[in-house]
Design a protein around this ligand. Sequence first.
Ligand SMILES: Cc1cc2nc3c(=O)[nH]c(=O)nc-3n(C[C@H](O)[C@H](O)[C@H](O)COP(=O)(O)OP(=O)(O)OC[C@H]3O[C@@H](n4cnc5c(N)ncnc54)[C@H](O)[C@@H]3O)c2cc1C
Length: 432
Amino acid sequence: MSPRILILGGGYVGMYTALRLQRKLRRGEARVTVIDADSYMTYQPFLPEAAAGNLEPRHVVVPLRRVLNRCTLLSGWATAIDVAGRTVDFSPHRGESRKIEYDVLIVAPGSVSRTLPIPGLAECGIGFKTVEEAIHLRNHVLAQLELAASTTDRAIRREALTFVFVGAGFAGVEALAELEDMAHDALRYYPELKADELRWYLVEATDRILPEVGPEMGRWTLEQLRARGIDVRLGTKLESAKDGHIVLDDGTEFDAATLVWTAGVKPHPIVRHSDLPIDAKGRVKATSRLTVEGVDGVFAAGDCAAVPDLTHPGEYTAPNAQHAVRQTKVLADNVLAHLRGGKMGDYRHAYAGSVASLGLHKGVAQIYGRRLRGPLAWFVHRTYHLSRVPTVNRKVRVLIDWTLALFFRREIVALGALSEPRREFELATRDK
Ligand SMILES: Cc1cc2nc3c(=O)[nH]c(=O)nc-3n(C[C@H](O)[C@H](O)[C@H](O)COP(=O)(O)OP(=O)(O)OC[C@H]3O[C@@H](n4cnc5c(N)ncnc54)[C@H](O)[C@@H]3O)c2cc1C
C-alpha cells in the first residue's frame, strides 16, 4: 500500500501543497487526501474587491475538485488530531464521523478571527475572512442605503447609515475603504441621501494603521481616509455593541447597523484539539523545515504555525499569504524528501512588503523598500494579485471583471434575500 498523505485544510497552504504534490509524486508513490469544510479555496486578498462589487465573488474562489483532480477530497470538518495514533477525526456535513488514518499529515487549517468578550459583539458583529462574509456585507451595506432612503424615521436612518470597522490591519482598512468607495459611488442613485449623512468609523486600539506598509505609508493612508470623511479613532477600543449600540472607550456612543470585526487573527482552534506541540500563542510549533517539532511525519505551515523566520533570528513568519504560498514549495518538497529518504530544505523568505487597495484607482504599497501611493499603487496591487491568483481560468475571469468595470458602472443591486431564500415561498405557503 502506498503511503497516505492527509492535508488538513484546502486554503493557501493546503491547496498549493496538494497541487505541487500531485504534480511531483510518481505514479503509485503516495495517495493524497485533502479535508476542507468548503469545496473551494478562497483568494482572501480579493475579498475587499468582491465586497465592493469590482469582482464577481465566484471568481475569487478556486473549486478544489477542478484543480486537485488527482487527490481525494473530503468535504466536512476535521474535529481532532491524534498524532500518537496517526488519525484525524472527520465529520462530513451530515452523517457519521469517522477516523481517517495517515502516514504523513500536513496541518494547514489557517486562522480564525481573534475576538474579545465584548458585550454584543457575537450577536451584532461580522468578520471579514470568507467569501460569504464579503457577499453579505456588500448586500447589507446596499440594503442600508435602500432602507435609509425609504424610511421617515430619523433614528433608523441614522443607524442604517453608520458603519463601524474595528481593527486597522489590511483586512479592515481595505474592506472599509472599498465598501465606502462603493457606497459613495452608489449615492448618485439615491437623491434622498446626502454624502455627509454616511458615517464610517475605523476603530483601532494602537496608534497606527496598516502596519504592513510601514509607518510612513500608514500615516499617508490615515490622512487619505480622513480626507474622505472616515472617522479614524486611534488608541481607541470598542467597549460594547449590545443591541447595535456602540460604546467606545473614549466615551463616544451611537447606534450602528453595521459592525465589522477585523482585529486580527488567531490560529485555528482545531490545533488545540490535538496532541501537537503548541506555543503560547496557540500556534503549532514548526521547524524551519516546516516539520512539527519532535513529531515524525507531521508538517505545518501558514497562519496556524509558528515557523522560525530565518531572515530575522528569534522571530516567526507573519500570518500572511506571502509566506503561506512560499512555504508550500518547501513543504511539498520536504514531504517528498521524507517519503524518499532525501534531504529536507529550510524555509527562508524576507518579507517583500505589502500592497493594499483603498477603492477604485486608490492604493498604497511598500515593496522591497519602495513606497507607492495613489493610482500607481492601485495598479501595482492589481497586477501583483492578478499574477498571484491561482489558475489561468481565474486570472482570465478576474481580468474580464476588471475590464468590464472600465466601461460599465458597477452593479449596485442588493440581493439581500440571498440569506433568506425560502422567505418568499414560506409566505406563499402560509397564504391559504
Ligand atoms: C480580507 C483579507 C485580506 C488579506 N489580504 C492579504 C494580502 O493582501 N496579502 C497577504 O499576504 N495576505 C493577505 N491575507 C492573509 C492570507 O489570506 C492568509 O495569511 C492565508 O490565507 C493563510 O493561508 P492558510 O493556508 O494558512 O489558511 P487559509 O487560506 O485560511 O486556509 C485554511 C483552510 O482550512 C480550512 N479549515 C480550517 N479548519 C478546518 C477544519 N477543522 N476542518 C476542515 N477544514 C478546515 C478552511 O476552510 C480553509 O479553507 C488576507 C486575509 C484576509 C482575511
